[in-house]
Structures are given as C-alpha cells and as structure tokens.
Unconditional design. Structure first.
Lengths: 114, 114
C-alpha cells in the first residue's frame, strides 16, 4: 500500500488494550474538531467529531476528549483491534473566521500488535 | 468504498509537464475538495468547489488550477510540474459546503514527478 509518512510519531499497542492518540492544535479560536483514520493505500475516513462547547464525545469504541485550555485533543480507542492499525489525523476549523477549510495535524501511526 | 472516485490512480511524469487529475463525487454531493498529501507537509487543503463555484482556497499554487463541471465532477490541473509536486492528491466530497459537513475521501492519485 501507499506510505503516508515515514516521519510520523508511532504508537504500538497490544491487541485488546486501549489506545490513546494525542493531538495539539494550533488555533485557540478553532471551534470544531475531527479525527480521521487513514489506512494504507486509502483516503482519510471520518471517525468522530466534537464541537468546542463539549469536552467529551463518545462513539462506537472511540472517545474524543477536548481540552481547550491547553489546546489538546485526544482520541481513545477501546479494545484496540488489528483493523485499527492506521494513521490517525486530527483536524480543526475556526468557523468564526468564516472559513470552510480544515487544518490537519501531522498524524500518528498506530500499530496494533496481535 | 467512500463512493468518491479518482483517476488515474498513479501518474508518472517529468518536470515541466502538465497533468489533469479527475474526481467524481458521491452521488448527491455538491461540494468537492482537493487536498495534497506529502511526506513533509502532511495533508494540505488546496481548494473547494460547491455546485460549480469556487468556495474556499487554501495553499494552492498559482501553477495549479481546478474547476467543477455542471455534472459536478472536478478536475485539478497541475502545470509546470516540479519535483516537489510529487505527492498524493485526494479529492473529497460532501453534501453541503460547511466545515461540519462530513467529507468523504477518494482513494487518491499518486503523482510522481521525475
């Protein structure tokens, strides 16, 4: 498959354990955040989003936590499975700037050890 | 499968040349986005179209241009190619143009400039 990036931070997790992927965002005015998953050879895929008026949101096996004070976002994956192996990106948007575009972080590579 | 198609999958060309990348959005989606993903820059937003009109512009070089046609497919034209233009180019589509409208990404076009 395609190589997304050779210089990404890597997180290795044992199958069945929980994973925590972190993201420091840059714009204190950003009010909408998304986590994407990108598997080798594929485009990014939406996982979960959160608005700035929330500090936690849960999906199926995933939880996103937002700490606006320190501009930090995290993605927690419960009971990590081999199919979770991918690169994970956070993205942010500042709707107050009238912008429709997303700014993506550099990504973290998650490797699940069977 | 996201429903977004991109052609070609791979493209190899020489410096100074011009290429056209094509994207067909998901059925019913009116908004199309183009992104560039390189090893050192990560995923960068280039440009967005909505129902045939340019909606937002990101880090798109003047040598690059795009358009969205009446049938909603989009093309990204890259001219006077340089070695640094080698990257994965992704197209995404969404129903509406807002940042909070989920974007569905295609499989990408891998451009190699020799």
């Amino acid at each position: 498959g395609e190589s997304v990036g050779l210089h990404l931070p890597t997180l290795s997790v044992q199958e069945g354990d929980n994973s925590i992927i972190n993201c420091a965002y840059s714009n204190s005015a950003s009010d909408y955040f998304i986590w994407y998953k990108q598997e080798s050879g594929k485009g990014p895929q939406f996982i979960i989003d959160i608005r700035s008026n929330m500090d936690k949101r849960q999906g199926q096996r995933v939880t996103v936590l937002l700490n606006k004070t320190v501009k930090h976002l995290s993605l927690q994956i419960a009971a990590t499975q081999p199919g979770d192996s991918a690169v994970y990106f956070c993205a942010e948007n500042d709707s107050g700037a009238g912008s429709y575009q997303l700014t993506f972080g550099k990504g973290t590579k998650l490797s699940v050890i069977p | 499968d996201s429903g977004v198609t991109q052609t070609p999958k791979h493209l190899i060309t020489a410096t100074g040349q011009r290429v056209t990348l094509r994207c067909s959005p998901r059925s019913g989606d009116l908004s199309v986005y183009w992104y560039q993903q390189s090893l050192d820059q990560g995923l960068q937003f280039l440009i967005q179209y909505y129902n045939g009109e340019e909606r937002a512009k990101g880090n798109i070089l003047e040598r690059f241009s795009a358009q969205q046609f009446p049938d909603l497919h989009s093309e990204l034209n890259l001219s006077s190619l340089e070695l640094g233009d080698s990257a994965l180019y992704f197209c995404a589509s969404s129903v509406a143009p807002g940042a909070e409208d989920e974007q569905f990404f295609g499989p990408g076009t891998r451009l190699t400039v020799l």
